[in-house]
Design a protein around this ligand. Structure first.
Ligand SMILES: [Zn+2]
Length: 205
């Protein structure tokens, strides 16, 4: 495939129904250098709940992409909460920025972890959803998986600073009041890295 870095970095994998190009969802695959920075993995369960539950409630406990309710073991359940990342260059400095948290059903969430789906032998489910949501052909869905793989490989060349400033007021990041972690410090991310949420203003309810 022809890889145009500028276009491929800017792609919105969870554009939803308001997508300017009509493509609601695309497959995604985070570059390996950024693995481990998921909020859920590095904060306590209580803090993660305080972040995700209001996001899901604001979405009416429906997927913000396909509009469906989530089910788990045949019963309705709260949607998953996914981090919507933007990769960008600021003065040539690579920055992975958390755009927002988004409520997604399990099916749409899986499309955002297409590499994991492939490892689990579930890539056919990703393809089926891309076809259904976007009204794509099988060939278009296959091409999108190729695109996400190429994008991930491209992004993996860089060491990404981490910008979590969208969560300022909801989380305290020790040593980084601006919620901006330089790439060289990302290895410090761990369960003790975050403080408890500040009380009062800005605290999710
Ligand atoms: Zn969905």
């Amino acid at each position: 495939m022809v890889f145009n870095a500028r276009d491929h970095i800017a792609v919105d994998t969870l554009a939803g129904r308001d997508a300017q190009d009509g493509i609601a969802i695309r497959s995604d695959l985070l570059p390996p250098t950024t693995h481990g920075s998921n909020i859920r993995g590095i904060v306590d369960r209580e803090i993660w709940d305080a972040l995700r539950i209001p996001v899901c409630a604001a979405a009416g406990n429906r997927c913000e992409i396909c509009g469906e309710r989530s089910t788990r073991n045949g019963r309705s359940s709260r949607p998953d909460c996914h981090e919507k990342w933007v990769f960008e260059f600021r003065d040539d400095r690579p920055v992975q920025r958390l755009q927002r948290l988004i409520a997604v059903c399990q099916g749409c969430h899986q499309v955002q972890h297409s590499g994991l789906a492939r490892v689990k032998g579930l890539e056919h489910e990703v393809i089926a959803r891309l076809c259904r949501i976007n009204r794509w052909s099988r060939e278009q869905s296959d091409a999108d998986l190729d695109r996400s793989s190429a994008r991930s490989s491209y992004l993996d060349q860089f060491d990404w600073d981490l910008d979590l400033s969208v969560l300022r007021g909801q989380l305290v990041l020790r040593d980084y009041p601006e919620m901006y972690v330089p790439a060289r410090d990302r290895a410090r991310l761990g369960n003790s890295f975050f403080g408890i949420p500040p009380r009062g203003e800005g605290t999710p309810r």
